[in-house]
Design a protein around this ligand. Sequence first.
Ligand code: ADE
Length: 250
Amino acid sequence: MTIGIICAIPEELGHLKEALDGPELLPVAHAEFVHGRLDEHEVVLVGAGIGKVNTAMTATLLLDRFQCRMVVFSGVAGGLDPALSIGDVVIADRTIQHDAGWIAEERLHTYQAGHVPFFNPTDRLGYPVPEALIARLEAALERIDLPPLSKAAGGDGSSPAIAYGTILSGDQFLNCEATRRRLHAELGGKAIEMEGGALGQVCEAFGVPWLDIRALSDLAGASSDVDFGSFVREVAASSAMILRRILPVL
Ligand code: ADE
């Protein structure tokens, strides 16, 4: 059965689109869904656009209209964990919508999307990926050799690391060192992006597995706007490579 693949922007999508065999274009709303075979696996690939609403909309279509049995996001993120560098990859074992919650005393208190503590409280925060699925990925990726970040991009020749952990999602591009430090301290995220929390919410509602694979294009601090533009295309190749490596175990 078909696997759905979502990317937000052309720089992420291009690496996968060029590898598709027998592409058949199926436009719906603002998005172009491409049915085809990726390394002999049947997939529907879509460029959703940036943000949680675009992701929720395209994930719903992948599940309801295209009957996908799983949805994987492949793309880039900003790094939050100081141990990680541009070019490293984070695979979510949980995503959290860090911009959902309630505002009191002039600040946002992150809470599970769709809930507030005084009306429909919940103990949950975010959307977990089953441990058994993460274990299959770890085994499949044990010996992968990701291309080192180019010298021109500041790479030192070492292979990028792959980390597993929480990824934060919100409808904001993070370009602020203080907020980056606060989010990492309060929510423990290893990376931040604008889609994975919506993917988790939609797939959980359908009872379908999902994954969020992100190569770091920037470190979400003061220079993240410039770094993003410089590195997005190059590092997105790593998330696409990882996706292709894990397809047989999904
Ligand atoms: N995607 C890539 N870099 C990001 C950042 N700094 N903030 C949000 N999403 C991102």
